[in-house]
Design a protein around this ligand. Sequence first.
Ligand code: G3I
Length: 405
Amino acid sequence: MLKLSVSFTALSVLLPFVSAQSATWGQCGGVGWSGATTCTSGNTCVSYSQYYSQCVPSSQVTTSVSSASSATSSSASSSASSPASTSTVKLHTLAKSKGKLYFGTATDNPELTDTAYDAILDDGAMFGQITPGNSMKWDATEPTQGTFTWTGADQIVDLAQANGQILRGHNCVWYNQLPSWVTSTTWTAATLTSAIQTHCGTLVGHYKGQIYSWDVINEPFNDDGTWRSDVFYNTLGTTYVQIALEAARAADPDAKLYINDYNIEGPGAKATAMLNLVQTLKAASVPIDGIGFQSHFIVGELPSGIQTNFEAFTAQGVEIAITELDIRMTLPSTPALLAQQKKDYTTIISACQAVTGCVGVTVWDWTDKYSWVPSTFSGQGAACPWDENFIRKPAYDGIAIGFGN
Ligand code: G3I
């Protein structure tokens, strides 16, 4: 049974004198919304929060109560054809109340034209932190050597600041999404060092004082714990890490400097390699403040020992964060898969909750509508806590439970 909060506006489908109506899955209300507040035939306007109401097919919503005095306090019991969230908490507010710095999400510029998406993204009680999914990457910010473009990144920084959301910067040095001039130049150690210093220094410096933490280095290791072969490692060996971190520190002394990777959430060769790198950098007084655990998981396949592994990192004097969380499944989703996904979200969130040095959690976009998963893993998806129609899934409740709600 799906529990939905149905607003007073649900009744308005019965009212005459309707001038314009929203179609299925369109927005039909919320703070700041100036469009239609009724739905086309066959749909019901459902309020998810004071910020967002949506036209849901009436066949998926069976309202038994609707006598509210306001959209925010109305309540109703409803049913739908697939399981959904029943939690009423906002996730950033909850995370803060449990001692974390933030609960946040990645977003990307093309999505921002979707006003229904924006209505939820802009809710600072839901998302207290934003990571640009693509627009701070090297190909976006320095497409030609020495020429920087900030348009996309600035749009997201401005949006986050308008919403009172803190920012994670992503990223300075990564083997992927590099402009061709980086990958095709014949570098010497000196010229590549200079290029890294210019890129990281200019990027981090442009946002000085505005970014909580930077993924200065992204994905340096292979899954077996060996160093990834890329233009940086092949030219400079492991020293590129120090070069980038020091350039970032000089550009913004107050930003937390992170190394970010996947498949390091549980103990194993890759986690050990990262732990050894932290120890080596610390011993050499290279600036390193945090490790990001991307946490791109598969339903039912989370590693064991996550909390113990997290504690091994914080014991080295770095903070940690879950930076790109999603938990994908083979499609189509089923109630059983969604129930397991809920448990898996609880598992990873509760590991962060249990470790004081785990400062926050970022999902790699909050809705399946804009998840990176289907285009990368054919036949897989449904990885996010909200579905493609912006309806909260059981995973949402799993997150709340993980934070101890
Ligand atoms: O910018 C081009 C655009 O010009 C072109 O028209 C379009 C056609 O497909 O492609 C656009 O580039 C896409 C880019 O996102 C920007 O939208 C790439 O094809 C696409 O592959 C790229 O995907 C991104 C992926 O990183 C690249 O590896 C995802 O959106 C992004 O969510 C994902 O994020 C990464 C993190 O940075 C690091 N950790 C893993 C995570 C998931 O892969």
